[in-house]
Design a protein around this ligand. Sequence first.
Ligand code: SF4
Length: 156
Amino acid sequence: MADIQDYISGKIIHDANLALKSLKFLRIPYLGSHIRKKLSARANDFEAKIISQESASEVIINADRCAIGERMCRNSNKNEILTESVYLNKLADGLVSTSRARYVSKEEAIDLFGKYKKYPIILSKVSGNYIEMCNSYPKRCVYWNLEKHGIKCLTK
Ligand code: SF4
């Protein structure tokens, strides 16, 4: 299972990078199918869903605390387009404690989706709860890239 601790320690940033780099090996016989299985299992841990702006707002309204920070997969390449994520509850606490996010009001968190309108919102499960919502950047997003390579990991 994806864990809040992975976000606090930064392991998630390393994992995202590694997942993207691994994609170029998918066509290699045997090794490719092994990597495909691993990537699929890891990605499906997050039970990621594409959601509307309205659904995202509803999740925020029902949360206790919200924070905003840049999407995790941008941490290793600051030249990429900036999109940000909303982190909730304990994930918000963890990322604020490492300065990767800042607490915001629910109104500010909801307004963020208007700022990044053209980027699809992905809701992910971390430590068993849906507490990460990302304005995903498909060119770099692990989920979108896996889907592009035939690894199903996003639902609607
Ligand atoms: S949802 Fe996609 S774009 Fe957002 S942090 Fe995760 S991998 Fe990156």
